[in-house]
Design a protein. Structure first.
Length: 379
């Protein structure tokens, strides 16, 4: 059976080079990095070399990179510590953030009594930058948390604009960059972001590892207590093989960034053209069909399909070997359970099935042709 994987926003295929480096590490470097003998020192050296390598991609100090289990842990570490240790009284975010942000700020609201303010969105799901600036208030300890690339609709935040707005108003800025690290270069020497989160499995690295960038002298403290690993930010013996996998995946992503970006963008553009030719009334959610204002890695499409067929869409795609995502949609084919789409779509579009297709360098135009052939059954 033909199989097509178009769910790269959920997770990506490991590169062979990543697997090889991880395998070599697991086979030859098994010492505990906290041990003082030669085996431990060797493992510790590997971790610190990876930290320096990763930091170099963002023009930051190695000491500002803290390894975590992924983006969710990094987001939690930063937000919870900002309230607990830095005295943040208000978090400004949006209603289309990842649940790692939304559920955390909701919990902080209950636990610490902080104020949570949601910035307005326009019809396409972009932040109202004018209102955001109006919300910034130097009289209150504030933190802005806005994702760089939205994981469902692909909208791009003007991250430099927001960072500089926050800097001018003496407000902390955190960004969930899980969908952008490895796909976009972030010069943190010149963009005044205080904190960000990343996850290796979004750029062809292993699952279970990521990192938090924590600006030097921020005052952030750890939340997992125990040993002194990660300078006290995160206790527990480090997963060295995952860290080297993260380092290798990030290195390869940035070394091949321009070539792979152009290739993947070609896949996305080709898919948009094919969908528009087949479905004259097709609707692209958010700004995902706008090349300038969305990521090149995904589209989220609302298909003009009859309701009786819509309920079978996801089942049929899976049956035909096509992996994609409904973006938190319920099983009936409606997208009303997507907290992102519910913020930007009208009732009529919410009744239709929305599907997220996300791409990588492992995809081909032949994959797209096959998906189009399958979708023809629903025209």
């Amino acid at each position: 059976m033909t199989t097509v994987y178009l769910d790269n926003a959920a997770t990506t295929q490991l590169r062979d080079e990543v697997i090889n480096r991880m395998s070599e590490n697991m086979k030859n470097y098994f010492g505990n990095p906290s041990s003082t003998h030669s085996y431990g020192r060797q493992s510790k050296s590997i971790i610190e070399n990876c930290r320096k390598s990763i930091a170099s991609h963002f023009k930051v100090s190695a000491s500002e990179i803290v390894f975590t289990s992924g983006g969710t842990e990094a987001d939690n570490l930063i937000l919870r510590s900002a309230v607990r240790d830095l005295g943040v009284k208000e978090i400004i975010t949006s209603k289309i953030e990842h649940h790692a942000i939304l559920h955390t700020v909701e919990a902080l609201e209950v636990e610490f009594g902080i104020q949570v303010t949601y910035v307005n969105l326009n019809a396409n799901g972009h932040i109202d930058y004018v209102q955001l600036e109006q919300l910034l208030n130097s009289n209150t300890k504030q933190l802005v948390s806005l994702m760089h690339i939205n994981n469902e609709i692909g909208n791009k935040l003007d991250i430099a604009l927001v960072a500089n707005l926050c800097k001018r108003n003496n407000v902390l800025f955190h960004s969930d960059t899980v969908q952008s690290v490895g796909h976009y270069q972030l010069d943190l020497e010149n963009i005044p972001i205080d904190f960000l989160a990343a996850s290796a499995h979004k750029f062809h690295g292993p699952k279970g590892v990521g990192f938090a960038f924590i600006r030097k002298n921020s005052g952030i403290k750890g939340s997992i207590l125990g040993g002194e690993q990660e300078r006290g930010f995160r206790a527990g013996t480090e997963a060295i093989h995952n860290i080297v996998g993260l380092d290798e995946a990030l290195k390869l992503s940035y070394n091949n960034l321009e070539t792979e970006r152009d290739y993947i963008l070609g896949i996305k553009t080709y898919f948009i053209e094919k969908l528009e030719a087949m479905f004259p009334n097709v609707f692209f959610n958010g700004s995902c069909s706008d090349i300038e204002n969305s990521t090149y890695t995904l589209i989220n499409v609302c298909l003009p399909i009859a309701q009786e067929k819509a309920s079978l869409l996801q089942f049929q795609l899976d049956l035909k070997g096509i992996a994609c995502s409904k973006g938190s949609a319920c099983q009936s084919g409606s997208s009303q359970n997507s907290h992102v789409l519910s913020q930007i779509l009208d009732e009529e579009h919410l009744k239709r099935p929305s599907v997220r297709f996300s791409f990588s360098t492992f995809n081909t135009k032949a994959d797209i042709d096959y998906v189009i052939e399958v979708l023809k059954e629903f025209v």
